[in-house]
Each structure stands twice: as C-alpha cells, then as structure tokens.
Write a protein that binds this ligand. Structure first.
Ligand code: PBG
Length: 344
C-alpha cells in the first residue's frame, strides 16, 4: 500500500532520464512570423458576402435590435453601403427585401418596382463591380410568412411556389442580379428557376442554391429583421431536419443535378460536418451562411465582456473556411475586412 503522501514515481525521476520527444510541432508555433508562414487557412474579404436588408423609402435607416450593427436600409442607402463594402474588398452583397405591403402570394417579390429590384438597379449603376446576389424567397413578401403560396389545408403548395420563385428570379435578373439564391427549400426550385432564367434570356445569371438548409432555431433574429416569421406553424415541412446528414448530401446532389452553380450549407457553425463532407463530394463552389443567430450570440456575449468579439468572429469564420467554404456569408463582413487590412 502506498501512503497518500507518496509522490508519484514519475515526479521523482531525474529529468535527464526522460527522453525528449522526437517530433516537436511547437517549433513552428514559436513566433508570429513562423505561425503566419505555415497558416493553412487565410481569410480574404473577396470571399465574404454581406447580407443587406432593403426597405422602402429614401434615406431611411433603421437598426435591427437583435442584430447589433445591422440596419434596414432604403435602396439609395443600400447602394451607398454596397459601395463602402466594395472599397473594403468584400466580394458580394446578398439582398433581402422588406416590402411596403404583404399578400398571400407575395407579389412584392417579383414586382418590377419591388424593393430588391429597385436596390439592384441602384447597385448596378453605382457599384458595377460588386457581385449582386438576390435572395429568392417569398416569406418576406407573404402575409402569412411562409415561403410559398398556401394550399387549402394550410401547407405550402410546392408547385405553385415554383412558379412564384421562378418569376421572382427573372425579375431579379432583369434588375441586374449576377446571382439568384433560392432559399425556400421547395422541391425542384433550382430546375424551375434555371429554366425560367434561360427562357427569359438570362442564361448568364448564376444560381447559388441554399441546398442544405435546416429548419434552424438560429434564424430568430433574421425573422425579426425581415419581419418574416410564419404567422402560424413553422417551416419544418419544407426546411430540413437538422438531425439529417445523409439527407443533406441528397439535397446538395439534387440541386447540383438541377443546375446549381454554387451550393450552400446553412447555418454554418452548427453544420461544419456537412460542410466538410460536401467539400469532399462536390466540386462546385461551396458557400456557408453564418446566420443571424450565430451573429447575435457573438454580439450578446461580447457586449457582456464574456468573449472577445474580434477573436471569436475571426476564429468562427476561419473554421467555416477551413471546413470547406469558398464563400462565407456573414453579417460581420465589413468588420472582418477591416481587421484583415489592419493585420497586414
Ligand atoms: C428566407 C431566409 C431566411 C434566412 C435566409 N433566407 C429565414 C428563414 O428561412 O426562416 C435566414 C438567415 C439568417 O438567419 O441570417 N427563407
């Protein structure tokens, strides 16, 4: 029996008798210069996309209280903001619309003078070189808040939604979108949009498919920003069950086969496994969306002084890129770009 006070054997061993490790990874971690030399993942603002919320009016700017630093902007201010982002080197903007009025079909979505279309034309004039991406969905435009027209039983009518989404994508392309990004999770939406764009003479407009988009609780602050929470029920009958990884791969394959030019996994941090798997399986450019709930958690904790905002945002977005995202959609795009410039 050893007494409780007896030191463990190893601590009394002569230090000289312990063989040093043959491999020392710490050698390359010793100085900032060495670490920078061997860093595997580097962030560049050109891979960032900044989401922007367009509202009606002129010179109007309203804060989104659940997303500090994010504002709803009128089209003129959206163009000014796009210009600022372009100067920072940000690759693209992703536009969401807050229409003047909502109705059961979401007519504001494909209206020639709808908020997003107006903003796209302003951006095209003022900032021709930024990639203009339009979110293609109906939930911001429908009075019931679902992503497509309703069937009599209250479910979302998939095939009627396809017509509405296709018309919306064509209106966005006509207004100058480089890329349309269908996010409604309707079956066949990519094929329907591709066919409609081609038929309307927009064969050059690309599709970024929100392919693996889960019915996530992390969208809360976005629904506040875009006023698009469903008035009844939830989105689980069309968005994916977050428990399903194989189904996510199937959704990605379907969208690739339907003609998607880029694929998205969303939300980002809760789905890094899916992103890494997708990177192995698909050669299309991959995007990941660091969604509103991810951004809000970081803002809330850093406001309380519990975490370091800059360090946590940098680490999160670096991890998303490391997992396989070529493109990162993030509310912190401008901040990250400024920090990257500072670090140079
Ligand atoms: C529209 C859409 C949503 C988001 C992007 N497009 C909301 C939703 O599906 O409920 C969420 C983005 C975010 O949380 O930042 N369908």
């Amino acid at each position: 029996m050893t007494a409780v006070h007896d030191p463990p054997v190893s601590s009394v061993m002569d230090a000289a008798t312990i063989p040093g490790p043959a491999v020392r990874p710490r050698r390359l971690r010793r100085t900032p210069a060495l670490r920078a030399l061997v860093r595997e993942t580097r962030l560049s603002p050109s891979r960032f996309v900044a989401p922007l919320f367009v509202q009606p009016g002129r010179n109007r700017r309203d804060p989104v209280h659940s997303l500090p630093g994010v504002e709803r902007l009128s089209a003129d201010l959206v163009a000014t903001e796009a210009e600022r982002l372009h100067v920072l080197g940000i690759g693209g903007v992703l536009l969401f619309g807050l229409p003047e009025t909502k109705d059961p079909l979401g007519r504001g979505a494909d209206d020639h003078d709808g908020v997003v279309q107006v903003a796209l034309r302003r951006i095209r004039e003022q900032v021709p070189d930024i990639v203009a991406i339009a979110d293609t969905c109906l939930c911001e435009y429908t009075d019931h808040g679902h992503c497509g027209p309703l069937a009599p039983d209250g479910s979302v009518d998939n095939d009627r939604a396809l017509e509405r989404l296709a018309a919306t994508a064509v209106a966005q392309a006509q207004a100058g979108a480089d890329v349309v990004a269908p996010s409604a999770m309707m079956d066949g939406q990519v094929a329907a949009i591709r066919a409609a764009l081609d038929a309307a003479g927009h064969a050059d407009v690309a599709i970024l498919a929100y392919a693996a988009k889960t019915a996530s609780a992390f969208y809360g602050p976005f629904r506040d920003a875009a006023d698009c929470a469903p008035r009844f029920g939830d989105r689980r009958a069309y968005q994916m069950d977050p428990a399903n990884g194989r189904e996510a791969m199937r959704e990605l394959s379907l969208d690739a086969a339907e003609g998607a030019d880029m694929l998205m996994v969303k939300p980002a941090l809760p789905n890094l496994d899916l992103l890494a798997l997708a990177r192995q399986r698909f050669d299309l450019p991959l995007a990941a969306y660091q969604v509103s709930g991810e951004a809000a958690m970081i803002s809330a904790a850093s406001e309380r002084g519990w975490i370091d905002r800059r360090a946590v945002l940098t680490e999160s977005v670096t991890s998303i890129a490391r997992a396989g995202a070529d493109v990162v959609i993030t509310y912190a795009a401008a901040e990250l770009a400024a920090w990257i410039a500072e670090d140079r």
